[in-house]
Ligand binder design. Structure first.
Ligand code: 3EB
Length: 294
């Protein structure tokens, strides 16, 4: 993704000794509490790519002893383009296929992710904080944090839980929680947009979307027992570079202490112009997060 501010790199470190490894296509590093992993799929069929990647991720998490998701970042090339999935024959799901209509790659991604997680035995309450945004090249890449101990997944009363979205957003709902609190108290807030209930608000109006997004972030932070003003890091995904300066100005006001990483990116619904995520690490956390400029 193209950086729109001075920072272009996000660095995750641990205060504790770290072990690195790879299993299959998953590269990882972990300390005694948290595992960070990444997988890059070359498969242009995004539904199949998502299913395969999540199969592998869950397998590696379990094999390494970090079976609980804390946070997931999904990056999909041409997120809003039509999905040309080779795999549209799901047993007994003809109605679901109709509901998907002309599916976008985001919807196909979401279906593959859902199928893999359900096949691995995960249910709604296991889904963690996540983001799903575009990228300029490649096909699908997923970065994730997983934990030895179960976190607490938190929902936003202003929003319908994504895993309960109605069918208009795809037959298999997006498998994520609005936020996850790790056992050490660290809060990971999902990619958050101008969505209230399940509807996109203020399509085409970036200023109003910023206010709605901040209201959603404020509320989920409070639901986690924290406040947006405490956020240590914000990542802003901006659809149109020309609107970045105005967006950044408002977020600096809302979270004055936060480092900012601003990226040009597609967002998972065509009407959405930005998505914003936040991290509030606990003092007990072994994780150190920073952003760097070139
Ligand atoms: C939304 O609220 C906006 O599919 O993993 C935000 C965060 C969004 C994560 C995902 C999607 C995802 O539905 C989109």
């Amino acid at each position: 993704m193209r950086p729109l501010g001075s920072a272009d790199t996000e660095v995750w470190r641990s205060r504790l000794p770290v072990t690195r490894g790879t299993r299959g296509a998953v590269a990882f590093a972990h300390d005694e509490h948290v595992l960070a992993g990444a997988i890059v799929s070359p498969d242009p069929d995004v539904e199949r790519a998502a299913r395969g990647a999540y199969d592998e991720i869950v397998r590696v998490m379990c094999a390494e002893g970090f079976p609980f998701f804390l946070r997931i970042w999904n990056h999909v090339r041409d997120l809003n383009a039509r999905c040309h999935s080779a795999d549209i024959n799901h047993d007994g799901e003809s109605q679901d296929l109709q509901a998907d209509g002309d599916r976008e790659r985001y919807t196909c991604f979401s279906a593959g992710r859902h199928d893999a997680l359900v096949a691995a035995g995960l249910t709604k309450s296991d889904f963690s904080a996540a983001s799903a945004v575009g990228m300029r090249g490649g096909n699908l890449s997923i970065h994730f944090l997983a934990s030895r101990e179960r976190g607490r997944n938190v929902e936003n009363p202003r929003q319908v839980s994504a895993y309960d979205y109605p069918r208009q957003y795809g037959s298999r709902s997006p498998s994520f929680a609005r936020a996850t609190i790790a056992r050490d108290g660290s809060v990971f807030v999902s990619g958050t947009s101008s969505v209230r209930g399940h509807e996109t608000l203020h399509a085409g109006d970036v200023e109003a979307q910023v206010e709605e997004t901040i209201a959603n972030l404020d509320r989920i932070a409070v639901e986690c027992g924290r406040s947006l003003r405490e956020a240590q890091a914000l990542k802003l995904y901006v659809r149109h570079a020309a609107s970045a300066a105005r967006i950044v100005e408002r977020f600096r006001e809302a979270a004055p202490a936060a480092s900012l990483l601003v990226l040009e990116s597609d967002i998972c619904r065509a009407g959405l112009l930005l998505e914003a995520e936040a991290i509030i690490l606990s003092d007990e956390s072994s994780i150190v997060h920073e952003v760097r400029s070139p």
